[in-house]
Write a protein that binds this ligand. Structure first.
Ligand code: ADP
Length: 162
């Protein structure tokens, strides 16, 4: 049985993340979506909120579970017996960052393999940060995230529900 982890901050989860999760879940026996508990950047949603929003988004995928984690990603992978680390790539800047992290991770944990999925064309431009910016300024983001995430974003920004 091959287990994979898909780590990220997911602040909040977008349709781009879910596309990668769906595709990875189809390839591996088990996919653990792991949400950084204390990421090194300031976030809008708490860990609890990010985990809950993600859990609600993947109820339709039977071999997926969602967990928060702290510390090194590769250490978490070893703890849950996952041999594969899944990431998504949108553009060349993602590649540079992932490449650097992959080399470090390989040094730290040679037994873990990185598998990168190319974004699907329709999700290429979606990032959590840009999405939040657009939403805050009144943009319609309803077709970029699941419905419950759009509701949570509107609540955070004190916007009327559409
Ligand atoms: P991180 O802070 O670790 O980059 P993110 O939540 O921003 O966490 O992203 C988690 C992973 O999902 C990263 O590998 C990122 O490149 C990937 N990702 C984010 N948005 C998309 C998208 N629209 N298409 C494909 N991959 C994506």
């Amino acid at each position: 049985m091959t287990s994979a982890i898909y780590p990220g901050s997911f602040d909040p989860v977008t349709n781009g993340h879910l596309d990668i999760a769906n595709r990875a879940a189809a390839l591996f026996d088990e996919l653990i979506i792991c949400v950084y508990d204390v990421p090194l950047k300031s976030l809008m949603f708490s860990t609890r909120e990010r985990v809950d929003l993600m859990k609600k988004s993947v109820t339709h995928i039977p071999n997926v579970r969602v967990e928060p984690y702290t510390g090194l990603t590769v250490t978490f992978a070893q703890k849950v017996n996952a041999r594969v680390l899944v990431r998504g790539l949108r553009m060349s800047s993602d590649f540079e960052r992932e490449f650097e992290m992959a080399l470090m991770n390989k040094k730290l944990a040679p037994d873990i393999e990185l598998v990168c999925f190319m974004t699907s064309l329709e999700y290429q431009f979606i990032s959590s940060s840009l999405l939040k910016e657009a939403c805050q300024l009144g943009g319609d983001i309803s077709n970029l995230v699941p419905k419950h995430v759009a509701v949570a974003l509107a609540e955070k920004f004190g916007l009327p529900q559409k």
